[in-house]
Design a protein around this ligand. Structure first.
Ligand SMILES: *Cc1c(COP(=O)(O)O)cnc(C)c1O
Length: 464
């Protein structure tokens, strides 16, 4: 499989190359040159297979030429056989007559990020050696950090520096990162927002000298392997509900647009996806874009769903590339305009194509709490605030019909205990493997929103 950059200037790479590179050198994101096509017969044969076996079918064409079938099988069995706490890995829960919830929080850090990052950690291990080490600098709005650290901790040839916006992640989220004391893990609290953290990471990538010196790669969803791993559960859930002989719609709590983009890729591979609903909190750049055709920067505001407190959705560029007819020059023009003026406008055709696959809705804090309460009352189900936004947007924007709707449940409610308590009057208890989280020793450094300071810190780690 060959991968090309959304900005059309960087060299094309194979899977190993894109996994170890992260961001393309022209500032773009890597996407497959062509998507593998799955026939209805091939999809039908997924019925009754284990999660790891479907993962093999879905992922194999994307890694062909870089990972042998035997190695891939071993990695997938280790990832989805051993580290998830539910035998179905991604179980469906029925909450209405034709409405389902896909629970993606049974991994070690209890958010859907584990699906990709447990696997990515294994790919890093597979592709690195004593002479070819990697440095990871990542930005987290909460859940990526712990999942990435959990996926990379203790891996011999990998160092991970994780930036989180100081005071803007939940206590559970922070402690899940800062209590991991492995030597190859450095947590940094940045005085700023998640968007600031993400901009610092991008700046490191755009400094090619620095990048080469430290062997930099990404664990954020700019790394294609993240998106790839997430395609799998669109297949498993749709097949469980009758695909390919029935269409399915999905509602996806969205921040960086990685998770929902995986659903769009699944559709492009032949899965019969009817509608993809982008569910956002008050940080609603994507909902506004669908309304107006203008992708226009707003101000990030803190909400009850901090993992979606994002204005600049980095993966959206992958969709823009498709909408613009896979014309890298056009993507570059759009991104230049966005950089300079904070916005760009889609053409009428592009907007039509966007609206053909997606709908979008926003749910503010009060509505989020009301939805959490309503579901608790109606079904007994306690949803975390991110999940509640997915449920709300599914209920409002996906028509009730014979097409099943699947809302993605992206985190376990215990990760957002304060919000659950405020909305539902219940304090979720930490599961046994995390019961002593609040007694564990924490370790993190505080840093200004300053790229030089960050690079100095990383270089000091490399030299010592
Ligand atoms: C990361 C995250 C999201 C947003 O996913 P994207 O791929 O960034 O759109 C939603 N909910 C939770 C709980 C998350 O951790």
């Amino acid at each position: 499989m060959k991968y090309v950059s959304t900005r059309g200037q960087a060299e094309s790479l194979d899977f190993e190359g894109v996994t170890l590179t992260g961001l393309a050198r022209d500032g773009g994101l890597y996407v497959p040159e062509v998507l593998p096509q799955f026939s209805p017969e091939k999809i039908r044969k997924m019925r009754g297979k284990s999660y790891a076996d479907v993962a093999f079918e879905v992922i194999q064409p994307f890694v062909e030429g870089s990972v042998s079938d035997a190695d891939l099988k071993t990695m997938l069995d280790a990832t989805y056989g051993d580290t998830f706490r539910h035998t179905a890995v991604a179980p469906l829960v029925q909450l209405g007559s034709n409405a389902f919830l896909l629970e993606l929080f049974h991994g070690p850090t209890m958010a859907f990020k584990d699906f990709a990052l447990q696997l990515l950690g294994r790919f890093f291990d597979h592709f690195t050696t004593e002479d070819h080490k990697l440095t990871i600098i990542g930005a987290t709005s909460g859940d990526t950090g712990s999942a990435a650290i959990e996926g990379c901790r203790g891996r011999k040839n990998v160092s991970i520096y994780m930036l989180h916006p100081k005071g803007r992640v939940s206590d559970v989220q922070r402690r899940q990162m800062t209590t991991i004391l492995d030597e190859n893990v450095v947590n940094i609290a940045v005085d700023g927002t998640f968007d600031d953290c993400q901009a610092l990471v991008k700046a490191c990538f755009n400094d090619h000298g620095f990048r080469d010196k430290v062997g930099l790669t990404a664990v954020n969803s700019i790394n294609w392997a993240r998106v790839m791993a997430q395609i799998v559960y669109y297949f498993t859930s749709a097949v469980a509900l009758g695909a390919p002989d029935r269409k399915i719609s999905f509602s996806v709590p969205t921040g960086n647009f990685g998770d929902i983009f995986a659903g769009y890729v699944a559709k492009g591979m032949g899965l019969p996806v009817e509608t993809l609903a982008i569910a956002t909190n008050s940080n609603d750049i994507l909902a506004r874009t669908l309304e107006t055709g203008r992708y226009s920067l707003g101000t990030a505001v803190p909400t009850l769903s901090p993992s979606m407190d994002i204005q600049v959705s980095s993966n959206f560029e992958r969709l823009v590339f498709d909408l613009a007819g896979r014309d890298g020059t056009q993507v570059q023009n759009y991104m230049d305009a966005f950089q300079a003026d904070g916005s760009f406008e889609f053409s009428a055709n592009e907007l039509e194509a966007l609206r053909a696959s997606f709908v979008a809705g926003r749910t503010d804090n009060d509505a989020t709490k009301a939805v959490m309460r309503a579901y608790q009352k109606k079904t007994g189900y306690i949803a975390d605030p991110h999940t509640a936004i997915g449920l709300d947007v599914a209920d409002r924007l996906l028509p009730t019909s014979d097409i099943p709707t699947v809302a993605l449940s992206t985190a376990h409610p215990v990760k957002f205990g304060a919000a659950v308590e405020e909305a539902c009057g219940i304090t979720p208890t930490l599961p046994a493997h995390m019961a002593d989280l609040f007694e564990r020793e924490e370790r993190f450094e505080v840093m200004a929103n300053d790229n030089d300071a960050l690079q100095q810190r990383v270089l000091s780690g490399i030299v010592s």
